[in-house]
Design a protein around this ligand. Structure first.
Ligand SMILES: Cc1cc2nc3c(=O)[nH]c(=O)nc-3n(C[C@H](O)[C@H](O)[C@H](O)COP(=O)(O)O)c2cc1C
Length: 199
């Protein structure tokens, strides 16, 4: 039995639905730089999430939307429209957060600023990484999300550049994080379903 099966084998895999529709949770990659490790971290979270079999999970890559820096255009670009449409179709989020100068990336902040109502009354979890687990970035993000009416759950997996990445770049997560990721997902799914009733 694999480690993931050990964690999820006995779980009730009933689909979590609101009405007849499964919830949709976006796993948002917070970094856009060339050579970033965030896609690896996002895929790892998605693999764990997909084992639950309860809601739809998808990777949402900010880089795909080519968002202009907020205020430098009239806001009618296709990328901004597509970004808002994507967020509107999601019920909750898992943010993959990397620490840049003790905060979140400029790209993630710009992406958050580039939508308004599409964020409202939804839930989010945070998976962060950095030299101290990305906690400073994650705590900044919590303050930002509150302003966008996104309810962030308590459980917060923190990955260390020293012990979860070989040479600081090659993602090799320790198994000890599985428990936290699972609990975080459970919280996000529960709150995403509850908050859907407000929209
Ligand atoms: C501009 C910049 C600033 C950074 N600042 C911090 C920092 O303040 N604290 C930290 O723990 N790591 C910091 N790092 C290291 C990043 O957390 C690390 O490179 C991580 O892999 C970046 O995520 P990404 O590869 O997905 O872009 C910084 C990296 C960059 C590029």
């Amino acid at each position: 039995m694999g480690l993931l099966d050990k964690f999820f084998g006995n779980q009730n895999k009933e689909e979590i639905t609101m009405g007849n529709e499964k919830l949709n949770i976006g796993i948002i990659l917070g970094s856009t730089r060339q050579g970033r490790v965030s896609p690896k971290v996002g895929e790892w979270v998605k693999k764990i999430a997909d084992q639950r079999g309860d809601v739809n999970y998808e990777i949402v890559d900010i880089a795909d939307y080519h968002l202009p820096f907020l205020g430098t255009t009239d806001g009618s670009e296709q990328g901004i429209v597509a970004w808002n449409e994507k967020l509107s179709n999601l019920d909750g989020f898992v943010f993959i957060v990397q620490e840049y100068n003790h905060s979140i990336t400029g790209a993630l902040k710009n992406a958050i600023d580039s939508a308004r109502e599409a964020w409202y009354n939804k839930a989010a979890g945070i998976v962060s990484y950095g030299s101290t687990g990305g906690v400073r970035a994650a705590e900044h993000l919590r303050g930002i999300l509150a302003e966008q009416k996104v309810a962030d759950v308590r459980t917060h997996p923190t990955l260390s550049l020293f012990t979860d990445f070989e040479n600081g770049t090659d993602f090799r997560p320790q198994d000890l994080h599985l428990n936290n990721v699972t609990t975080m997902l459970e919280e996000v799914v529960a709150w995403s379903g509850a908050l859907k009733t407000l929209r």
